[in-house]
Design a protein around this ligand. Structure first.
Ligand code: SF4
Length: 263
């Protein structure tokens, strides 16, 4: 095994800034073959990625974490995407139901510390189950979402899952996203039309008022608006310079280097 660091990806990230999301998806599929999946939470940007997987097409499984306390509209959106776009969606679930968790640990999401623990148990630990299964995961973070995502890289290492996160929509601005959704009549979670700009668990998500930041409806009861669950590592610590362990030939393919096996 060899190490691939975030710094190693700097030049590639610069050149990838000119590529379209569809070109990035094709590159990713070409490099990672069957060891790649898309991760989505059934919000509009993730649904755009799902539409692109279907329309280009770029076949790959889709991974979805059902925390057990999602809105029914979100689960229905997952089922419509699977049916109408012909996607294989793998749903991951926490070890405990919310009722079992509450009986054992109390209502965690009412405090900032409890929220971190609850998101860890209900979002991040279920996703740990795919560790070792994939070398790359397509994400739908956009710089236009602002906050810590304002400078998110297209390629980011994920040390927890030991894979590469590929944010194919990093450069897609709000106008481009809206135009894509309108042109292709992308399946959307109906909650977006009810004022939910972003959508997570039903315990921790409310609609936003006109003029509020997009993420104002997430963990509103905890005060600060910009709170993240940690399922996207670059949300937590965009400045760190971590690395993942990959076979050398995979690193060479990612970085566009030819492997010379002759000595
Ligand atoms: S969003 Fe709220 S309910 Fe969902 S996992 Fe995080 S703290 Fe728990």
């Amino acid at each position: 095994m060899a190490r691939l660091s975030q710094a190693d990806l700097a030049e590639l990230n610069r050149t990838f800034d000119d590529r379209t999301p569809q070109e990035l998806l094709l590159w990713a599929r070409d490099i990672f073959g069957d060891r790649i999946a898309a991760l989505t939470s059934m919000q509009e940007a993730g649904n755009v990625v799902c539409h692109m997987l279907h329309s280009v097409p770029v076949p790959m499984p889709v991974v979805f974490v059902d925390t057990g306390v999602l809105f029914q509209e979100t689960l229905d959106t997952r089922d419509r995407l699977a049916q109408q776009y012909g996607l294989t969606i793998h749903t991951l679930t926490p070890a405990l139901t919310m009722q079992q968790q509450t009986e054992q640990l109390g209502i965690l999401y009412l405090t900032p510390e409890g929220q971190k623990q609850c998101c860890e148990l209900r979002k991040n630990e279920p996703l740990d189950k795919v560790r070792g299964q994939y070398d790359a995961m397509i994400g739908s973070l956009r710089r236009a979402d602002g906050g810590r995502r304002g400078s998110c890289p297209i390629l980011a290492v994920d040390t927890r899952l030991n894979l590469l996160r590929i944010n194919v929509l990093a450069n897609f601005d709000d106008e481009q996203l809206d135009a894509y959704i309108h042109t292709h009549n992308v399946i959307l979670n109906p909650l977006h039309k009810q004022g939910y700009s972003t959508i997570g668990c039903n315990r921790c998500t409310t609609p936003v008022l006109p003029g509020e930041p997009k993420r104002a409806g997430r963990w509103r009861h905890l005060g600060p608006w910009s709170v993240y669950c940690g399922i996207n590592p670059t949300d937590l610590d965009p400045q760190r310079a971590p690395a993942v362990d990959f076979p050398q030939d995979l690193i060479d393919r990612i970085l566009g280097r030819s492997t010379d096996f002759m000595i």
